[in-house]
Design a protein around this ligand. Structure first.
Ligand SMILES: [Mg+2]
Length: 228
């Protein structure tokens, strides 16, 4: 069984800025500071990590702020995701349909989004139901610790004793690659986010693709090509 674990933002979809706006509005509502995330890069980071960076920037202590922030953010995200601008990345629809029909593949998520946020984003584009399990920013703020969550959930769900070497992480940033490789999982990097093919090529990714529109090539990268 091959476990294909997708990142969300920049890989499956573009939220049209809904994620960033929801973070900004939540921070302003709770702490009275607008545009708190303006200078904070978000690519490949987990939601709680991004929140912690903003807290540190304004010298606010974490105290019990994490859960309150998450709840506020989820509320705003549900509103913002309804606005125009969101879109699936090229080839995503086709790739998910093809993978879903393969008996030897299980589709999961490995994302820095809070779990509820992941669901809101993917539901808005009709693809949440493709994914049976996953690991989320709400499991750990450190993306490098997420892969074991995904694997354990898969094992519990299916009762199959898969290992890290059965996993392929698909993501758009160097952080997606570095959360997979130390475990011996494969990484496919896709340049539909903020990083170019050239930049991703120096990350140690097993494969780098411009996008997911070439299904045959993508399946080959996953080790699911003809004859495999
Ligand atoms: Mg991403």
């Amino acid at each position: 069984m091959k476990l294909v674990l997708f990142d969300i933002d920049g890989t499956l979809m573009d939220s049209g800025g809904a994620g960033r706006r929801a973070l900004e509005y939540s921070f302003e509502e709770l702490f009275g500071i607008p545009d708190a995330f303006r200078a904070i890069s978000m690519s490949g980071k987990t939601d709680p990590q991004i929140f912690a960076e903003a807290l540190a920037k304004f010298e606010i202590t974490m105290d019990g702020n994490g859960p309150v922030f998450m709840k506020t953010y989820i509320g705003y995200l549900g509103r913002e995701i309804e606005k125009p601008g969101k879109a699936l990345m090229p080839g995503v629809s086709q790739a998910l349909s093809a993978l879903k029909g393969m008996g030897q593949v299980s589709l999961g998520l490995l994302t820095g989004n809070y779990e509820q946020g992941a669901r809101i984003k993917l539901d808005a584009l009709g693809i949440w139901n493709y994914f049976g399990f996953g690991a989320f920013g709400s499991d750990d703020a450190d993306r490098d610790k997420l892969l074991p969550y995904a694997l354990k959930r898969f094992q519990a769900l299916k009762g199959i004793n898969s290992s890290f070497s059965d996993c392929v992480v698909v993501g758009d940033t160097p952080r997606d690659v570095s959360c997979a490789k130390p475990y011996g999982a494969a990484a496919v990097a896709v340049a539909t986010g903020k990083y170019s093919v050239d930049e991703l090529s120096s990350t140690g990714a097993d494969y780098v693709l411009p996008d997911l529109s070439d299904l045959k090539k993508f399946l080959n990268c996953l080790g699911l090509g003809p004859g495999e």
